[in-house]
Write a protein that binds this ligand. Structure first.
Ligand code: KG4
Ligand code: ZN
Length: 335
């Protein structure tokens, strides 16, 4: 029985998890999270330097309280080493280094994207079974838009990704344009419920390209110009813009998913990332998966957004599969 303390500070969540693993069983024993959303709200997005300062202020005391409460005998420290905001990543990695050195235990670096890709497994307490591969991991978050074929553990192939903005970033920017505050995603989806998704035909950039590439920057700009030309004077008009934008995003995602499923064999689709909180996206993808008779596994709301449970889980899988990784803090690199 081994215990791992996992630390996540890649963006605007300061998070810890305590994970226990024995053979193929992985159990999340406890977790805590401090969300910085309110700290960044006034700036309309996450400010990297501010995120790092808040991680630096919060993390040491959070660790002390967490260890005090759980009194674990730790065998490993796991930490997100990238991708993410570099100043924020360094806070977690430095803290993890200090702890691992003081306790004289190994430090396990974890790729944040791997965490999102496997986050839907966190509802179980086992490592993925052989028959659960190959799956398609669809990570849709504020920082990433990636469709990855997971052929086996640590056998990853990117089949689709954005060439510019991440899908959540587009939601956040359109949210700002509509005066909805940060983050825009949840507010847009609430507003869109009362809107007509066919009211405005926004462009669906790259929808027809015969590959998995996506683009959301042009769509965002099209919404910006539309709002400049037709300032929404009523809540209904705003709702129509929100619903039409949301529909354009969903159409692109489903089209790219179709393109992938027509070419690659997978046993299931697995979601990850905060954008999966979007009810319209969940509904359309669910209907699509049912039509294609492919199981769809979406993470719970709690582990869809950034968290430390998924980081501890990947560290446990690395131990189980005997994967060793070198610690290198990398801000931008995706997989
Ligand atoms: O996974 P996450 O917490 O952060 C990153 O790892 O980037 O995802 C946050 C993103 C934000 O862009 C937020 O606007 C978006 O997820 N989001 C949504 C919804 N809820 C959160 N986007 C669309 N509809 C939602 N209901
Ligand atoms: Zn993330």
């Amino acid at each position: 029985m081994k215990k791992i303390l996992a630390i996540e500070t890649s963006c605007d969540e300061t998070a810890l998890a305590l994970v226990e693993c024995q053979d193929s069983t992985v159990t999340i024993l406890d977790h805590v999270l401090y969300s910085q959303i309110d700290d960044h709200g006034q700036y309309g997005g996450v400010v990297p330097g501010l995120a790092a300062r808040i991680h630096g202020k919060k993390l040491p005391q959070m660790i002390i309280d967490f260890l005090d409460h759980n009194q674990p005998h730790l065998d490993y420290i796991a930490v997100t080493s990238g991708p993410g905001l570099e100043p924020a990543l360094h806070v977690g990695v430095n803290q993890a280094r200090v702890l691992a050195t003081a306790l004289n235990i190994p430090l396990l670096p974890v790729n944040h994207m791997h965490g999102h890709m496997f986050s839907s497994f966190l509802s179980d307490t086992h490592v993925p079974r052989k028959d659960e591969y190959p799956f398609l991991a669809m990570t849709l978050s504020g920082g990433h838009t990636e469709f990855v074929l997971v052929q086996g553990y640590n056998q990853y192939r990117i089949l689709g990704q954005t060439i510019d903005d991440a899908v959540g970033e587009a939601f956040d920017k359109v949210g700002t344009m509509l005066g909805l505050g940060y983050p825009g995603g949840p507010a847009i989806s609430r507003l869109a419920v009362n809107g007509d998704p066919e009211a405005i035909t926004f462009p669906r950039p790259m929808i027809g390209s015969s590959d998995g590439r996506m683009s959301f920057s042009g769509l965002k700009t099209a919404v910006k110009y539309y709002i400049q030309d037709h300032p929404p004077e009523t809540e209904q008009k705003k709702a129509d813009i929100a619903a039409s934008f949301e529909q354009a995003v969903i159409d692109v995602i489903i089209k790219k998913l179709t393109w992938i499923l027509d070419r690659y064999f997978i046993v299931s689709i697995r979601g990850g990332g905060g954008v999966w909180a979007n009810p319209a996206l969940r509904k359309v993808t669910d209907q699509f998966a049912q039509k294609r008779s492919i199981p769809l596994h979406l993470p719970s709301q709690e582990v869809a957004t950034d968290n430390a449970q998924m980081i501890g889980y990947i560290a446990a899988l690395d131990l189980y599969y005997g994967v060793n990784r070198e610690l290198r803090v990398e801000g931008k690199k995706a997989l």
